[in-house]
Design a protein. Structure first.
Length: 324
């Protein structure tokens, strides 16, 4: 038996139940991991509430973690007991041990800690594809990043700045603004106090942005379109305030022949080759100092409900982890 956090019925934070579960021996092509750190993400909230549908009930929450291999199934030759590994894989992360397909794992370099690995596989890989694949950020680009002090936001601001972009971020408080400025933002907008569209126009001298990265969704969506230059790209990759409502395509025309996309990580790491490309690029950026991984909150796994409450109330900054 091992400890895990399961959802038996979708709903509020109280739906997260800390309990004993059985973990089987790894089957063919599988690996059993003893987890040292587990990432906390907004996608965990989406599954808990039912916004994203789990394959069935009950399910173990969580989508990224890092730990050590304790056993391998038949046919697994590239992982061995004692290997340090990390992964992004839909559900099953909130547990002290788990079994997972070997092809979803990556080995952690010596200079990457378990805690870093646990937040890099979902948040870090998301930032990798957003800045390198969805829109290739290059020197001179002006980018707007909403929720710039969040787990993804702080990584995105740092990496966009390292790529030579002019980075504008939005945040909800002065302490978060200071944090974003210390992590790559050239300008930070307090969206509770300022009209972020007007400020973007002022900052850019009405030239607006090449791309907007919007993980907030419903509340920021209309303004995000107004922050884009003609033929700019609106990247909607999250729903922290609720999903973006349906809108007529003519809105893209009205704002200057805009492009819009709603990407997800699975489609950018759908092959082993893509996963390793993203992980290698990500780990290199951390090791060479381009990317610092701010882990500002740590919770015991049994306190998952508390962690979700603080995440949803915007009380957290940077990345947060569980210690199983």
């Amino acid at each position: 038996m091992t400890k895990a956090v399961r959802v038996h019925k979708v709903g509020g934070p109280e739906a997260l139940v800390y309990e004993d579960v059985d973990v089987p021996a790894p089957g063919p092509g599988e690996v059993r991991i003893r987890q040292h750190a587990v990432g906390l993400n907004f996608i965990d909230v989406y599954f808990r509430t039912g916004l994203y549908k789990a394959p069935g009930l009950p399910f173990i929450a969580g989508n990224e973690a890092a730990g050590e291999v304790v056993a391998v199934g038949t046919g697994v030759t590239n992982f061995h007991p004692g290997d340090r590994v990390a992964y992004y894989f839909t559900l099953g992360g909130y547990a002290s041990e788990r079994v997972i397909p070997a092809d979803k794992l990556v080995k952690l370099p010596d200079h990457i800690t378990y805690e870093q690995g646990a937040v890099l596989m979902l948040k870090g890989l998301t930032v990798w594809y957003l800045l390198h694949k969805t829109f290739k950020v290059e020197p001179g680009h002006r980018v707007l990043i909403h929720a710039a002090a969040g787990g993804i936001g702080l990584l995105a601001c740092q990496w966009a700045k390292a790529l030579g972009a002019h980075v504008i971020g939005t945040v909800g408080s002065k302490p978060k603004a200071d944090l974003a400025l210390a992590n790559g933002c050239d300008h930070v907008i307090l969206y509770n106090e300022e009209d972020f569209v007007a400020r973007v126009k002022q900052i850019s001298r009405n030239e607006l942005c090449d791309v907007v990265y919007d993980g907030v969704g419903k509340t920021t969506f209309p303004g995000s379109l107004s922050c884009l230059r003609p033929r700019g790209l609106f990247v909607s990759f999250g729903n922290a305030s609720g999903p973006v409502p349906p809108f007529p395509l003519t809105e893209l025309n009205n704002h200057g022949s805009l492009f819009a996309t709603r990407p997800k990580l699975n489609d950018y790491v759908s092959t082993r080759k893509e996963l390793l490309e993203g992980a290698d690029t990500l780990f290199a950026a951390v090791i060479n100092g381009k990317l610092h991984v701010p882990i500002n909150h740590a919770y015991a796994l049994k306190d998952a409900a508390k962690a979700h409450i603080e995440l949803e109330s915007r009380a957290t900054t940077g990345a947060a982890i569980f210690r199983p």
